[in-house]
Design a protein around this ligand. Structure first.
Ligand SMILES: [Zn+2]
Length: 178
């Protein structure tokens, strides 16, 4: 990755923050610029922190965590939990669900209308349903030739999943002390 090419500039980042009811501090503006620099994506706080460091933004991992949680609370981001220890921040806040490739730790968007969730019980008294999250967990297909081709993940020619082209290469990891 050479350099950062934000899709939104500082003014737009500040506008986005104000629209979400957040004060556009210098740090928040910088993080918003990074967050949306690569279109819709799923990322961890560690990934964003690595990107911030690479871009010369002085910010601690703790601040990145806090800021991402503030953005989530303000509905600029959505949080997707894949297990107890790992969750992603999703820059796509439109209704949609996910495939989770457990072998590679990759989330892949499923359009909002592709899954119908039925039989949802009434929520407890005094509450309403905010949203229903579906995470479909996948593993590598060990017997691709023998498996009947059906279901959401296998639409397309010659057994190619329609979802594969939505994958992005994982953000470059630059863990300190590696
Ligand atoms: Zn998503």
């Amino acid at each position: 990755m050479t350099g950062i090419c934000p899709e939104i500039d500082d003014t737009q980042a500040a506008q986005r923050l104000r629209a979400a009811g957040l004060r556009p501090t210098r740090q928040r503006v910088a993080l918003v610029g990074l967050l949306y620099a690569h279109g819709k994506r799923h990322l961890t706080a560690e990934t964003l922190h690595d990107e911030a460091v690479a871009a010369g933004i002085e910010v601690s991992l703790a601040t990145v965590y806090n800021t991402l949680h503030q953005f989530t609370k303000a509905r600029m981001l959505r949080q997707v939990a894949v297990d107890a220890a790992r969750f992603y921040f999703d820059t796509n806040v439109d209704p949609h669900q996910h495939f989770y490739d457990q072998d590679h730790g990759i989330l892949i968007d499923i359009p909002g209308d592709a899954i119908k969730v039925t039989g949802v019980p009434n929520p407890p008294r005094g509450t309403v349903i905010d949203r229903v999250d579906v995470v479909i967990r996948t593993v590598a297909d060990r017997m691709p030739e023998r498996r009947p081709r059906k279901g959401l993940g296998n639409i397309g020619d010659s057994g190619t999943s329609q979802w594969q082209d939505q994958r992005r290469p994982r953000a470059q990891k630059t863990r300190a002390g590696a």
